[in-house]
Design a protein around this ligand. Structure first.
Ligand SMILES: Nc1nc2c(c(=O)[nH]1)N[C@@H](CN(C=O)c1ccc(C(=O)N[C@@H](CCC(=O)O)C(=O)O)cc1)CN2
Length: 292
């Protein structure tokens, strides 16, 4: 059984990007600038945004953090997004999700200029991804595909089951893995909360992706011997034995499932760091697409 080490792979990607940035700098060209909007104090979101900014620093990107209290009005947030759309010094920006309930996430997504939408959530980028046109692919699915590529995971002709149909992970990943690309060419099943016989569906998977946000949802009796298992879950659960009082739990019962697999991603250190590495790749691409 092989561990698909996202932490290590993300580090390699950051080093590769740092070389490209240095080359640009040495040639007197502009370096990429990412801005991040963070609303509120959710522990996970604060960590993810901090890690995004830390990655920028390590690679040599410029970065800007814009923080708001969770009482911010939708109007103020949309105005800020419009000003970032117009700000020529910013190549790409993200609005960290989730947002407070009084803010309409779709309105926020639709306000972002697709050319600066390095999260790849805008419908224009979703359409571009579907039609193989230039644009941005959401960071988590892009990171999973990149991890598979770097570990030479055989995907062509394989049965892939993606459990979870979110707009930012399950649905785009199912599209990517069904494409005529490498990695790709899978026969994809997109399973979800209404799927009947979920255990039988999962047992048919050569590649099983769990993206439901339910700790330990995938148990050993749902996994085919020799399958590749990708765990997207990162739920914080209470753990008084830890100094910080919680630990991260994936959607896969790692201890029981890992021995049955040919390869598996851990949590932490699997898909999460690859999400941030892919955002960095998208940020460089944002600048390059503008021809800078
Ligand atoms: N605007 C966005 N919001 C959200 C996205 C996104 O892609 N864009 N995805 C998720 C959260 N996410 C990225 O922002 C994300 C989740 C997890 C990790 C990560 O590195 N996890 C580490 C553990 C970190 C920890 O200690 O908690 C790991 O798995 O090893 C990075 C990014 C929802 N929101």
């Amino acid at each position: 059984m092989q561990i698909l080490n996202g932490k290590e792979t993300a580090e390699i990607i950051r080093k590769e990007l740092a070389i490209q940035v240095k080359e640009r700098k040495d040639a007197g060209r502009k370096i990429p600038h990412l801005a991040a909007i963070l609303v509120g104090n959710d522990g996970g979101s604060v960590t993810y945004v901090n890690n995004k900014l830390k990655s920028c620093e390590e690679i040599g990107f410029e970065s800007t953090l814009i923080r708001y209290d969770d009482s911010i009005t939708e109007e103020t947030l949309l105005k800020k997004i419009q000003s970032l759309n117009e700000d020529k010094s910013i190549d790409g920006f993200i609005v960290q999700l989730p947002l407070p309930a009084h803010i309409d996430e779709m309105k926020v997504t639709l306000t972002i200029d697709p050319k600066k939408d390095v999260d790849g959530f805008h419908p224009i980028n979703v359409g571009n991804m579907m039609l193989n046109l230039p644009g941005f692919v959401p960071a988590t699915p892009a990171g999973i595909v990149e991890l598979m590529r770097r570990y030479n995971i055989e995907t062509s002709g394989k049965n892939c089951v993606v459990v979870g149909r979110s707009n930012i992970v399950g649905t785009p990943l199912s599209l990517l893995l069904g494409k005529n690309t490498d990695p790709g060419n899978c026969t994809v099943t997109l399973a979800h909360s209404k799927s009947e016989n979920i255990k039988e569906i999962c047992l048919n998977a050569d590649i099983l992706v769990a993206a439901v946000g339910i700790p330990g949802f995938i148990t050993a009796d749902m996994v085919k011997e020799g399958a590749v298992v990708i765990d997207v879950g990162t739920t914080r659960i209470e753990d008084p034995s830890r100094e910080r009082g919680w630990r991260l739990a994936g959607d896969v019962d790692f201890k029981e499932v890992a021995p049955k697999t040919s390869a598996i991603t851990p949590v932490p250190g699997g898909v999460g760091p690859m999400t941030i590495a892919s955002l960095m790749i998208n940020t460089l691409k944002a600048m390059e697409l503008k021809g800078k």
